[in-house]
Design a protein around this ligand. Sequence first.
Ligand SMILES: [Zn+2]
Length: 274
Amino acid sequence: MNLKELIYFLTKNQAILHYNISTLEQIKAGILAVKETKIPLIFGVSEGERNYLDPALVKDIIDFYKKELPIFLNADHSKSLETAKQAIDLNYDAVLFDGSELDLTENIKMTKELINYRGDRNILIEGEVGKIEGKSEIQKEVEIKKENLTKVEEAVKFVEETKVDLLAVSIGNIHGITEQEPELDFERGREIARAVKIPLVLHGASGLSLEKIKKCVEIGFKIIHFNTEFRKIWKEKLTEELKKETVTPYKILEPVVEEIKKKIVYYQFQFFEK
Ligand SMILES: [Zn+2]
């Protein structure tokens, strides 16, 4: 089953976990989780993450396991057409063109160009309207400006004109984890979902309560992005393991993989229950 079919087969309470990676042990944790759960997982690589790994190498690694597992690869937050087109040429399963910092007209124009470039290839294109604040780090606080949240009419115009497959929006969700849990504008989310009629993508689920995320799933967010929470587990567990006597990398890294895997399994079951 390809990613598009999978998304359209999801029930009202189901969504797919999107998990960002930039190291081999993060990839391994995701692979082991899916081997255990048999639940689909999307691996995400932002421009920084995929440049670190090499955009072609990470595709080959995911393809290696894809023969037997329901896993997918997304070129997350591609800020330029060049990197987005590169991911299309490498046949990633999905590409997010993030034109959220451009004005709407320019965002539409560039996203459309990418849709044309994709042509009839079986690759999902995600667009982004509205500004998702923050970065995938632990931050004290992030200011959320109401005027930067996605406007329903802008989302509709964007989807109608670009014909994107998926839409990332801002309803108060932020990248990263802050001391206070962000408040989400569910009503706006509901209105957007109803109006655009395509699956929405929830960015910045790290630091959000399960209750809030599940409400988003019900509204129509079908892909749930987690990054910072897993980065935090990676660093904390690694720091702990590095204090041990051994100098053998796999002995140090194995418990890190296990710790991340447990959390992936946990979220996969949370969002994929029937
Ligand atoms: Zn994101």
